[in-house]
Write a protein of this length. Structure first.
Ligand SMILES: [Zn+2]
Ligand SMILES: [Zn+2]
Length: 418
């Protein structure tokens, strides 16, 4: 056998395992929409209390026989069919697909062991259903306990995946916005209003945070609004405690002005106000429920890595982008960056992208759990931003120490005027 043959065998093995996972997740989706399967799957949803302890040992065992064992049989059947397909294409190396059959068999045997009521099988093989506090937010590529908890207790029509999150990412069910309270700063701006409209369309409860006196009016309808001013971020603490997702979207563009006042304003609004708001929000993340439900989205703009033809806008937005990268290292909840290209707005009348379409793309990508949401016409941003984010994040990780939320320095209360 040549190296090429071995590579083909390994490729079939990996493809077989991934396809088995995908088949399991699709079977799970089907179990939520097709009544004959729903009857079996309901047992799985009956088992756990919100702290992930089983309601009863008997129901736990029954759920294994009614849900997990049939699910593993579907995986077995699919892995055999996949092997058959591979054999019809490349008979000599198709036996790599045996990895998929073995993988499914492990799941079948562990489901049967759990069905027998053996405690070790529960602790060793049912890792997404073990009780105990959540140490991290929901993860991006692998299903961890916080990720799966949301399927049981937040929205059963989302978060379907079991091991890999691919199916949820593709279906847009990796984040559910339904019923969540989402506050948007810069709500009177063009993108702010477009975001509010898109979020409302996803059944979120929106809250506009604005410097204006009048409530924000969307398509002839007043929406819940709260007035606030840059420099008074701490005054929003009670509101932020009730907010599930905070979108920091306010900003200023002084264009060609390079006076000391323009420097002060750019940094205060674009960088420090956003940072203070970010800290005030992270302070409200308290306990497991907040850790999985709360999120922070920060509009840092593609000025992080590309010219925006406004030096002070770039300098202050880059500062904000770096602060987000730094605080992400210790964040108790998910933080997303919105890296946006030139959309048409009051700040940027010559922008080329339509703000409603930008907002729709932001929401769609967030539902696919994209953490750095890039929406731009500039292809360089797609290349430069991931490189910058990775290298800066590693640099910060190596040269700084952990700072859990709650030990934030007292400077937080210093307002820009003081
Ligand atoms: Zn479950
Ligand atoms: Zn389910």
């Amino acid at each position: 056998m040549t190296i090429l043959d071995w590579s083909a065998i390994a490729a079939w093995a990996i493809a077989a395992i991934i396809s088995v996972e995908v088949s399991r997740d699709l079977y799970h989706v089907l179990a939520h929409v097709w009544p004959p399967l729903t009857r079996l799957h309901t047992w799985h949803h009956r088992v756990f209390r919100p702290d992930l302890t089983p309601n009863s040992a008997l129901i736990y065992r029954q759920a294994q026989w009614y849900n997990d064992v049939p699910e593993s049989c579907v995986m077995m059947a699919f892995s055999a069919a996949f092997w058959g397909l591979a054999w019809s294409l490349t008979p000599e190396v198709a036996w790599g697909c045996s990895a998929g059959v073995l993988y499914s068999l492990v799941f079948l045997l562990s489901a049967m062991a759990r069905g027998m009521g053996w405690a070790w099988a529960h602790e060793l093989t049912d890792v997404t259903h073990l009780p105990g506090p959540f140490q991290t937010p929901p993860s991006r590529w692998w299903v961890n306990r916080p990720y799966h908890w949301r399927h049981h207790f937040e929205n059963q029509n989302a978060y379907f995946c079991s091991t890999l999150t691919i199916v949820d990412q593709l279906m847009g069910t990796a984040l559910s916005l339904k019923g969540k309270t989402i506050a948007v700063t810069g709500a009177s701006g063009t993108l702010g209003q477009a975001l509010l409209r898109q979020l409302k369309a996803q059944d979120a409860k929106v809250l506009a945070l604005t410097s204006r006196e009048q409530p924000i009016n969307l398509d002839g309808q007043d929406i819940p609004s709260q007035r606030w001013q840059v420099g008074q971020e701490a005054a929003l603490a009670d509101t932020l405690a009730k907010v599930d997702i905070l979108i920091i979207n306010h900003g200023i563009n002084v264009h060609g002005d390079r006076s000391p006042d323009a420097i002060e304003q750019s940094y205060q609004v674009n960088a420090f106000s956003a940072w203070r708001l970010m800290e005030a929000f992270l302070e409200t993340v308290d306990g497991d429920r907040d850790r999985v439900r709360k999120e922070l989205w920060v509009n840092t703009s593609e000025a992080e890595v590309n010219p925006a033809f406004s030096p002070l806008y770039e300098l202050s937005k880059r500062t904000l982008g770096d602060l987000v990268t730094l605080r992400r290292l210790d964040s108790p909840c998910i933080i997303r960056k919105l890296i946006l290209g030139p959309f048409k707005s009051n700040l940027n009348p010559i922008g080329v992208m339509d703000s409603d379409r930008v907002a729709a793309k932001i929401v769609k990508r967030a539902q696919g759990d994209v953490r750095n949401i890039i929406v731009t016409i500039n292809p360089m941003t797609w290349v430069l931003h991931p490189l910058k984010e990775l290298s800066v994040s590693l640099y910060f990780r190596w040269l700084t120490r952990t700072s859990p939320v709650g030990e934030i320095c007292a400077n937080q209360d210093i307002s820009p005027e003081s």
